[in-house]
Design a protein around this ligand. Sequence first.
Ligand SMILES: [Zn+2]
Ligand SMILES: [Zn+2]
Length: 281
Amino acid sequence: MPIAKIYLPHSFAFAFACTFVQYLITHFTEFQLATVGTFILHESVFFFSGLPSLYFERFGLFSNYKIQKKSNTSSYQDRCVWRLIMYHLCVNLPVMIVSYPTFKFMGLRSSLPLPPLSVVLSQILFYFILEDFVFYWGHRALHTKWLYKHVHSVHHEYATPFGLTSEYAHPAEILFLGFATIVGPALTGPHLLTLWLWMVLRVLETVECHSGYHFPWSPSNFLPLYGGSDFHDYHHRVLYTKSGNYSSTFTYMDWIFGTDKGYRKMKALEETGEEGGAKKL
Ligand SMILES: [Zn+2]
Ligand SMILES: [Zn+2]
């Protein structure tokens, strides 16, 4: 009697990924996958992950975990959604189409075999670290007087953020900070599946940071150096010249350059039970 072969979970996932990619490259061109495919995946993940916090706020759900007591009106939330759809169609999609030749030139591929898991994970870790570094300095520049007034103030119209506000920004900022997201993949020429995995993780991360809710299961409770919703919510509710917390994902850049002092002071006050805590706002 043959001995049953033992498959590890990642072997099943790898086999599924191979079949999935084989199906895609048989039915679509690489250009279609890298542009329209990326756009559809982005929209699906963004709205699927971002809509819950909008409805939590609208219907007063999980209010114990809401970081700010203030809430946006339904019409103010809807305004964000409609503008996002317009920006995504008029800015994000054209950028995906125009940047395809650059990605192709740098080595993007969609063919089999898939890269080893170690390559995928090390590339994605590199993208997170590089993106956080570029985002920190770009975001800090956006908080200078002229750039804030003419560009970044759009993103800060929502002082009480909810998940979808993560991508609500002036078109110039979408291009400027979008560069931080794509510079890593553009430098390393990954497999399309790695690019998609990076995009999905980055969208989930920024939506969580803007969710306006800090749950017991929020990733910042478990992941060292991860900023999360509490860290970025502070950035939105404080005056732009004093907000700090410029990083997108991690906390160490703000710690190294001393731009998290206000936030740390507030957390210390919260712990001693004095006024100034987030829940009191
Ligand atoms: Zn900002
Ligand atoms: Zn923000």
